[in-house]
Ligand binder design. Structure first.
Ligand SMILES: O=C(O)[C@H](O)[C@@H](O)[C@H](O)[C@H](O)COP(=O)(O)O
Length: 282
């Protein structure tokens, strides 16, 4: 049960006492999206990130979700992936397989991981080609606000620096407007070589969930969610603004501790001062 649900500027922020409460509500929320999408289109296309968001999805592997979700209609993709062997400990595919996919009756041919025998550039081009085929065959929906695929759900984690997927602050790929999938070879978060959805693809999704827990994410969540002037517009997490989709933040109280809307009154004054100060600065 969320402690708080806050709505503003097409953003919904859900705050939970702890990660266990968050993971229960996250499973419930995702099941609702799955049911609606399968009812409407007969499929549910989900793109996963790496990191702790996968473990926070763990309740989907348990009763009732493992019995009530129509897993046969799920199609799995990766928002970003490290360019390593799929058996490597750094692989997001391995992370999802170990913690989710191996525990659910998902159809193996519906799981679209990268070709791990290619270079980063080749893997990005290959992944985009696969996506384009799946949009052509209508497995993946096409956006009507862009020429991008429209995933039913994109799940993002949040880095302490405000990165999402493998879109890091001040990186040129944040400006990529045409490619669906691009690559980096100098990720500040190891390993260095990754492929990643571009912002136009993320922002064409029907639903985007950003899931973050722990105090080390508090500043990034605050900068991404609160109106703090132009300074925070360079944060990749703030650039996640699905044009025709819904954006929901799932935070625990630590990660939400600096978010202006949800702080307790005593801290609110400090935040207001910060906002006033930053506005003077601009
Ligand atoms: O491949 C990756 O590294 C992820 O996609 C990355 O974007 C991750 O989601 C964040 O860094 C948060 O990771 P944590 O939740 O584990 O801190």
């Amino acid at each position: 049960m969320a402690l708080e649900v806050l709505n503003k500027d097409k953003k919904e922020v859900r705050v939970y006492e702890n990660s266990d409460e968050l993971s229960t509500d996250l499973a419930d929320y995702i099941e609702g999206l799955s049911d609606a999408s399968i009812k409407e289109r007969g499929v549910f296309t989900v793109a996963l990130s790496g990191g702790s968001v996968i473990r926070l999805m763990r309740k989907l592997c348990k009763v009732p979700y493992n019995k009530t979700v129509d897993w046969s209609k799920w199609y799995i993709f990766w928002v970003d992936e490290r360019v390593v062997a799929k058996s490597h400990v750094d692989s997001n595919y391995k992370l999802a397989k170990d913690h989710l996919l191996s525990k659910l009756p998902i159809v193996p041919s519906h799981v679209h991981s990268i070709n791990d025998s290619l270079t980063a550039e080749e893997a990005a081009n290959d992944y985009e080609f696969v996506l384009r085929q799946l949009v052509k065959t209508r497995v993946v929906n096409a956006s009507d606000i862009s020429d991008c695929p429209k995933f039913d759900l994109i799940l993002l984690g949040l880095g302490p620096d405000g990165h999402v997927a493998s879109l890091f602050p001040n990186h040129p790929i944040l400006e990529e407007k045409n490619e669906w999938v691009t690559y980096i070879t100098n990720s500040p978060k190891p390993p260095p070589e990754r492929i990643t959805f571009t912002l136009p693809v993320i922002n064409s999704a029907a639903n985007v969930l950003v899931v973050a827990t722990g105090g080390e994410k508090a500043e990034a969540a605050h900068m991404a969610i609160d109106d703090l002037g132009p300074k925070c517009l360079v944060l990749p997490a703030r650039m996640v603004q699905p044009g025709a989709g819904k954006l929901v933040w799932f935070l625990d109280v630590e990660a939400a501790s600096k978010v202006f809307w949800s702080v307790v009154p005593t801290k609110r004054v400090a935040i207001v001062d910060e906002i006033l100060y930053m506005n003077e600065e601009v």
